[in-house]
Write a new protein. Structure first.
Length: 620
């Protein structure tokens, strides 16, 4: 950013360092005539990610002197803001000749037809300048929400120079050229940034110092924090190759989460409607129908009422809307979701079945009927089943929640877009319910087996001895078993050995043969000095689940208690780390075992791996 601030200024001030001026009039202070420097508040840390763009230039642009250098300079200046702003750097994939003709307002369509932009983040089209020095952003370029194509009109040399000349008296030719160059660079870069930000969901702003203001100003310096957040959401999801549905959903949530008075209301309405259209368009086939355009504002107001805790008022207004649109599945889905939410605690009012305008929760027959109606109107849409499943899970009814979520799973394939988002919602609910099996099965069905969530499930299975396909715990009981193991170990570590024994006995009665409980008994026996008993319990756990990492770790510890057990201990600890790489105690104990074995190379290799894994040196 410092280079962006100093280059134009030093270039101009360097002229004043020549021979002494002898006229009697003071020189014009050129620094006051410079455009503002582009700057980012709250700079983002880390190395920037490279974002590829492809540039198309029409004949009028290509006829300009140094046009390629000018475009490269503007892209570089834009990157100097975008790097600290959202952690990206623009890189030109290629520059292509664009044989475009006709009205510049038709340029966006022509550019999209010429280049689909499948292998780049943006396609940028530079078109010939206008006949006037306009400050209206919509005259200077274009960029649509969720779009991949932007248009930038080139600098109108004579009109712009004539306008600036009024404010720049008594300048030598070299000074004038430098100052005009600074203005050209600032304006063209700001227009480019304005259009790129618009494709990522940024909303026009009232403050003339912000780049997203609809009127250009030389005083523009950057983006507001709220627009910066939208731009960050947009570019992060773009670089993750997320579908437009996911991007539209995240942006809409961010926009509606907290009101912001700095946005231009008409622009905010336009952007949110565009985003809703994308969301609604994803519901094709036999999924929920779109909300009619005429009902958008009222539908949005109802959702806002519900978000603020006014469910009763929201439902009354929604029932009125449903009178006009009785068959609209999206409206019935909203009713289902509002009624599933518990009443806000601030009201102190208990729900009753005689108050249809009040949210009744999952236990209410009225609520279940409302959700069933949404499902009937869109039998291919999983939304109502996901909503009911979530409410049941929140209420602790795991089995019933599983029934609803299984129905949702069967319908996700009907979604023309957004299937991955639906799967991730279901997977997250299974995770919250603590069922490793259901989470794992959903991950496989969603083809997300490379996702970090899948790795977490494998690690949790190893840590608590809950092997896949086991016979000792039902999927709906896996969370309870893991909780029982953890509670028993907490008692062991607190030296409350009597209560720990009682807790393990209760666990054995409920889940006989669970290796995780046997591993916990191994830990208890080891801490009470019963080494032989500990060895037997760990052996039992490993026999039931060879990947029980805690039992493997403890077996290594037990082996190292004997002078001749060093190699056996090393082997067990290496197995524990292989099945559970996050098990830090196994790494540290293995390091001590290598030291005992005087295997310095092995210790050093482990130390490097430990530093990479945990970000701290391996203890000596």
């Amino acid at each position: 950013m410092r280079r962006a601030r100093l280059l134009p200024l030093l270039s101009i001030l360097g002229i004043a360092c020549g021979p002494k001026v002898t006229d009697q009039h003071p020189r014009t202070d050129l620094t006051k005539q410079l455009p503002s420097t582009l700057e980012a508040s709250r700079p983002r840390e880390g190395d920037p990610r490279t974002v590829k763009v492809r540039v198309w230039a029409d004949a009028g642009v290509r006829a300009l002197p140094r046009w390629k250098d000018e475009i490269a300079d503007q892209l570089d200046y834009a990157s100097q803001l975008l790097t600290p702003l959202v952690g990206i750097r623009l890189a030109v994939d290629s520059i292509k000749d664009w044989d475009r003709a006709g009205d510049p307002h038709d340029a966006p369509r022509a550019l999209a037809e010429a280049d689909k932009g499948d292998d780049v983040t943006w396609v940028i089209g530079y078109v010939s300048a206008g006949d006037v020095a306009s400050k209206v952003m919509s005259d200077l370029g274009s960029g649509e929400p969720l779009g991949h194509h932007v248009i930038v009109r080139s600098w109108a040399e004579k009109p712009e120079s004539d306008v600036l000349a009024v404010a720049l008296p008594d300048l030598k030719d070299a000074e004038r050229a430098e100052l005009l160059g600074a203005h050209r660079r600032h304006k063209q870069t700001v227009v480019l940034l304005h259009m790129l930000a618009a494709t990522l969901g940024a909303i026009d702003e009232a403050d003339p110092a912000w780049i997203q203001n609809p009127t250009y100003s030389m005083k523009m310096t950057g983006f507001s924090d709220r627009n910066r957040d939208l731009i960050a959401i947009g570019i992060d999801l773009r670089l993750a190759s997320s579908p437009d549905l996911a991007l539209a959903t995240k942006l809409l949530e961010a926009i509606e989460r907290t009101p912001f008075g700095g946005w231009v209301p008409t622009s905010q309405d336009e952007v949110t409607k565009r985003l809703r259209n994308v969301i609604d368009a994803s519901r094709g086939g036999r999924t929920a129908a779109d909300v009619p355009a005429a009902a958008y504002d009222q539908f949005t107001r109802i959702r806002e009422l519900a978000k603020r805790g006014h469910q009763s008022d929201a439902l009354v207004e929604l029932d009125n809307l449903l009178t006009a649109y009785p068959g609209n599945a999206a409206m019935h889905q909203l009713k289902c979701e509002i009624m599933l939410a518990p009443p806000p605690p601030s009201t102190g009012k208990k729900p009753t079945a005689t108050e249809p305008g009040l949210a009744l929760g999952i236990a209410s027959k009225t609520t279940r009927e409302a959700c069933a109606k949404a499902g009937e109107l869109a039998p291919g849409d999983p939304s109502s089943h996901i909503a009911v499943g979530e409410a049941l899970a929140r209420a602790g009814d795991t089995k019933a929640a599983r029934v609803e979520l299984a129905k949702a799973e069967a319908r996700i394939g009907n979604l023309p877009t957004g299937a991955e988002d639906a799967w991730r919602k279901v997977i997250a609910l299974y995770q919250d319910m603590g069922s490793l099996t259901w989470t794992e099965e959903a991950i496989i069905k969603a083809k997300l087996d490379k996702d970090p969530i899948a790795v977490q499930i494998v690690q949790k299975r190893a840590r608590y001895g809950v092997a896949r396909g086991n016979k000792y715990v039902a999927p709906e009981q896996e969370a309870a078993l893991i909780a029982a193991i953890r509670a028993s170990l907490d008692l062991v570590y607190a030296s409350k050995f009597g209560p720990a024994e009682a807790a393990l006995a209760a666990g054995d009665k409920k889940w006989p043969g669970a290796p995780g409980l046997a591993a916990a008994r191994c830990d208890l026996a080891l801490r009470t000095g019963n080494t032989d008993g500990a060895r037997a319990y760990c052996a039992r756990a490993i026999a039931a689940d060879p990947n029980d990492s805690w039992a493997l770790y403890l077996s290594g510890v037990i082996a190292l208690k004997n002078a001749g057990g060093t190699q056996q201990g090393i082997d067990q600890l290496k197995k524990a780390i292989a099945v559970d790489p996050e098990l830090g105690p196994a790494w540290r104990t293995l390091g001590k075992a290598y030291q005992r074995a005087k295997d310095r190379p092995a210790f050093e290799r482990l130390g490097k791996d430990y530093q990479t894994k945990f970000g701290t040196p391996l203890p000596p």
